[in-house]
Design a binder for this molecule. Structure first.
Ligand code: FAD
Length: 510
């Protein structure tokens, strides 16, 4: 009989100390550290981290709860602000503006989903904008925030929030956190990898110093280079640049001159788009673009001309290829973070995909033999996540009526994936949003972009006709007023931060 634990993994080696590496280290130490697992993280200060990745999704709060992170402390240590959604400017046509929120629209008023009632009301009157029915949108527009009620009495109060933080401070915060829970950090550059001649499993990595680090499982968090998953195991990369063509970015921080609104902004530009991510101490900015449509010089000029405050550093250029590894888990190596793939930062999905990678790894945590069944299931789950995010990102590009650049024309006219075509057609013809059982972006997210980028449905649910027009109008008016009243009773965003998770003392200029 085999003694219990004989085949158990004893050592996990994480290569890389960026957001992915330290999130993995924090979660593994918290969930499996006491089960006798030794966790080693190798990072190289000389190579450094990618240094971007400041906007998150609400799921990060689940991660914080899982690993026991105090969010007020995290906010103070990382100069974090609150994020209630993303404001998209100029995406459908120039002058358009809408927010994709972390919350639902309206409350149930009959058998059909709320948005069908709003669509119907639009045919005979003016029920206001769709965003007027969503608390986080109205709060964001008014620069206000309140923690959501965990057990809301009204559907209008169902919303969540995420954070905008300084990426390097977040890495440092997680590094402290994980090391206090027993993670061993080794500084050094990996220069070679030893694999088993028969299985091809990674046995150890060697550092420039000559030190050799052995492990049972290796988590590759080495960033775009994919040190283990690609350079050693040659797993291969699915190139999705035909679907998501942006391949470069310039990033630069600037001083705060305006209100630090509780949301990220993404403004469409001729050959890409520009982000604005407000933190407590500065604004993060970047221009994501495709070099087939705009030159590097024009891209950096556009970014610098559209900063709201004085630049605080020189612009930094980043290069990427959208897509993912053919297998995120190959042999005894799991690629998490940029080493696994990158789908451009439009909806702040990368940190969330890191989180999914970590949680799926913990759920399917293998024995030393890394059974095929576990690997296959992990890869299936992660493929689905990546594909759904890809479709949702593409929606922003293809649903446009812009006439100012070839990027926008090409995205409209290209061959869309069938899964995306189906969703757009279902909404356009019958106002239906087919739901996924699980996954990141659900009905309310798709609705935000469909309506925000002017995809006009040809009909709405006929069950809405059960309600008399006057009753519908007064119901809608009641909801708008309830949300507006609730918003005006909440704190200004910076006042909330000052009381909750401020990194600053005393008064702020804005
Ligand atoms: P990295 O930060 O690159 O870390 C790699 C680590 O590996 C480093 O510690 C490095 O030293 C180490 N390493 C590499 N080679 C070796 C070696 N040979 N030996 C030892 N150590 C080594 N995500 C979001 O969720 N929201 C956003 O708003 C967002 N914006 C982005 C904007 C841009 C332009 C880009 C490119 C990405 C953005 N991302 C965003 C993605 C986000 O930055 C990453 O997902 C996140 O930072 C994780 O990166 P990483 O840890 O995988 O890689």
């Amino acid at each position: 009989m085999t003694a219990l634990g004989d085949t158990r993994i004893r050592t996990v080696v994480i290569i890389g100390g960026g957001t992915a590496g330290w999130m993995a280290a924090a979660a593994l130490s918290q969930t499996l550290g006491r089960a006798g697992l030794s966790i080693i993280l190798v990072e190289s200060a000389e190579i450094g981290t990618v240094g971007v990745g400041e906007a998150t999704l609400p799921q990060i709060r689940d991660f914080n709860r899982l690993v026991g992170i105090d969010e007020a402390e995290m906010m103070a240590r990382t100069n974090a602000t609150i994020k209630l959604g993303i404001e998209f400017c100029d995406w459908g046509t120039k002058g358009d503006r809408y927010i994709h929120p972390f919350g639902a629209y309206g409350a149930a008023i009959g058998p059909a989903d709320f948005y069908h009632y709003w669509l119907r009301a639009r045919t005979s009157g003016d029920p206001g904008s769709f965003g007027d029915y969503c608390f986080p949108i109205v709060a964001a527009q008014n620069d206000r925030f309140a923690l959501p009620d965990e057990n809301p009495s009204s559907q209008l109060d169902r919303y969540s929030y995420a954070f905008q933080f300084d990426a390097s401070q977040y890495g440092a915060f997680l590094a402290d956190f994980a090391q206090k829970r027993g993670v061993k950090r080794i500084e050094g550059k990996v220069v070679s990898v030893t694999t088993d001649g028969q299985s091809g499993f990674i046995e150890s990595v060697s550092l420039e110093s000559g030190e050799e680090i052995a492990g049972d499982v290796f988590v590759d968090c080495s960033g775009f280079r994919g040190l283990l998953i690609e350079q050693e195991l040659e797993t291969g990369y699915e190139d999705w640049s035909a679907y998501l063509p942006c391949n470069r970015a310039y990033a630069v921080p600037c001083a705060i001159t305006d209100t630090v609104g509780p949301y990220t902004r993404a403004t469409a530009r001729t050959g890409g788009w520009q982000w604005r991510i407000p933190l407590q101490h500065r604004i993060g900015n970047g221009h994501v673009y495709c070099n087939r449509y705009v030159s590097d010089q024009d891209a950096v000029d556009t970014l610098m001309q559209n900063l709201e405050g004085e630049p605080l550093a020189d612009p930094k250029q980043l290069f990427f290829l959208t897509g993912k590894r053919r297998r995120l888990w190959n042999k005894n190596c799991i690629a998490i973070g940029l080493s696994g793939g990158f789908l451009e930062p439009l909806e702040s999905t990368s940190i969330d995909l890191i989180q999914s990678g970590i949680l799926n790894l913990i759920a399917l945590f293998p024995d030393r033999d890394c059974a095929d069944s576990d690997r296959n299931e992990y890869n299936r789950l992660m493929d689905l996540e990546f594909e759904r995010v890809r479709d949702f990102l593409m929606l922003h590009y293809v649903a446009n009526q812009r006439d100012d650049g070839e990027l926008w024309r090409d995205m409209r006219e290209m061959q869309w994936p069938d899964s995306l075509r189906y969703k757009i057609d279902a909404f356009r013809t019958r106002a239906i949003v087919p739901e996924y059982e699980s996954g990141l972006f659900q009905q309310q997210s798709w609705l935000s972009v469909f309506i925000g980028q002017n995809i006009e449905p040809e009909s709405y649910d006929p069950r809405t006709e059960q309600m008399a027009s006057d009753d519908l109008d007064s119901e809608l008016s009641r909801m708008r007023t309830a949300i507006a009243d609730r918003v005006s009773a909440t704190s200004l965003h910076l006042d909330f931060i000052r009381d909750y998770g401020a990194a600053f003392d005393g008064e702020r200029a804005t």
